[in-house]
Design a protein around this ligand. Structure first.
Ligand code: 5GP
Ligand code: MG
Ligand code: MG
Length: 184
């Protein structure tokens, strides 16, 4: 029995270096798009999956931003969506009239983000944009518009860089695919 998480990984999909490069590009693009905005920009991270991406992305946005976080849960411990979305932690701030950038790890079926985007719009922000590190369009059941997307990925269950399997592997510095025997 080893505690080496690397031993459970079948293949690396995005290396640490590759992620660093892509996230710098996303940060630069966001900085450029928002450089003339007068109102406060709120970066809203969706915990827990987006936390690693969030901390790297915000350090590549060269503008003043406020931090806020939500916890929304649509997945149990497995690899399939339950379809229902629960808000376990709401926004700290009143975001009416503000610019929101929602920061998410992955858009899969789209259920979670479709629900959350409606929820954010009801709070009457001046604008809402979505930045997701990953997107699996082949799995989509509801439409979600991603303004800033790191990578489009095929239908494989990914772990690392915030993404978990049963709460494990979030702290892997890269994104990879688990060996099938781990979840069979
Ligand atoms: P959706 O509501 O779009 O189906 O699911 C969104 C959430 O499902 C993500 O925020 C993430 O927590 C989880 N999820 C979707 N695909 C994957 C994946 O490939 N790996 C992991 N670890 N989680 C995933
Ligand atoms: Mg997520
Ligand atoms: Mg999860």
């Amino acid at each position: 029995m080893t505690k080496d998480m690397n031993a459970d990984i079948e293949k690396v999909v995005f290396s640490e270096e590759e992620l660093k490069k892509r996230i710098a590009e996303l940060g630069k693009e966001i900085t450029e798009d928002y450089k003339d905005v007068k109102e406060t920009i709120y970066c809203v991270g969706i915990l827990k999956g987006a936390v690693v991406f969030y901390t790297d992305l915000v350090r590549n946005i060269n503008l003043p931003v406020h931090f806020d976080f939500m916890i929304a849960s649509s997945y149990g411990n497995g690899t399939e969506s339950s379809g229902s979305v629960k808000i376990l932690k709401d926004l700290d701030y009143d975001v009416e009239g503000k610019h929101l950038i929602i920061i998410e790890d992955i858009i899969d079926s789209g259920t979670t983000m479709n629900y959350l985007m409606k929820y954010f719009r009801e709070r009457k922000p001046k604008s809402v944009k979505l930045c997701s590190l990953l997107s699996k369009p082949s799995r989509r059941t509801v439409d979600v518009n991603i303004d800033y997307c790191g990578y489009t990925v095929p239908d494989e269950f990914l772990v690392g860089y915030g993404l978990d399997y049963a709460e494990k592997y979030r702290n892997l510095p890269y994104i990879g695919v688990l060996k099938p025997e781990i979840y069979e």
